[in-house]
Design a protein around this ligand. Sequence first.
Ligand code: ZN
Length: 307
Amino acid sequence: MRDKRIKLIYFSLRGSGIRYFELSWKKLFLILSVLMLFIFVIVGSVIGLFTNYYHDFRISTLNNLNDDLMNQLGEMRAQVATVQTKMESLEENDDQERMIAGLDKIDKDMRGVGVGGTAFSYSDELAAFPKETSEDISSTRAIIDQLERRISLLLESKDEIEKKIQKDKQKLRHTPSIRPVRGGRITDPFGMRLDPFIERIKMHKGIDIAAQVGTPVYASAAGVISLVRNRYTPNRGYGREVVVDHGNGLKTRYAHLSKIFVRVGQKVNRWDKIGTVGQTGRATGPHLHYEVIVSTAQVDPVKYILE
Ligand SMILES: [Zn+2]
């Protein structure tokens, strides 16, 4: 078969313009193939070069990023350690407050619940990290976990302290602590004494504070008025009297009054005026007979005068 020939026309800038040369199809095909191969190689090399370059670039960027992250991690570890130190001082402070409030200390084991126990519990999540890094991260996270628990415990403790202080305050408010008459002299103490009416040794179940008739008598603590006696027999018993119930088995009695300003069931606070000094009942002169009763027995009221 005769090889078909092909005319290739081109313009020449020199000479007469249009020129042409002839090629066989076979040759043309060969030339095109070589050309194509050449282009492929060139393009492939360029792409390869760029890919390589990009790859290197990415790796170096990631390396830098990794270094930055490691530095950040280091700083965070340092910060966590600072928080830990501050936490320790808060806990010491808490123990001190607990001691003042009359509560038991929280021991170190209880505070640092689960120390070390969770140190490597994150190792599955951190499998891709180098061993040292993964240990760093998991120990830091364990410390943060522990701090979280310590904060919860601290908050609970603060709450407990607050409640205890409130309760103590309440108790203090309801515990007799003052002399119910300003001024005046204790003319008769608590205890055995010679009874001036019957001239025999008898138990004196309160203290007598001598004062003028009309001198104000104050409640010695907060409570509820549980007894008011206005009617009395001259030269007998307590005369006009008031009893205040302070709760917790504590009561106080104010006897031989001339006037009474309260009624049964009324709430009173310390320093509330409940009556005035008198000479009603079995009294040789104007005075207040004051008793402190614990459960059912009278005790020395001087122990409940803290001023
Ligand atoms: Zn008395």
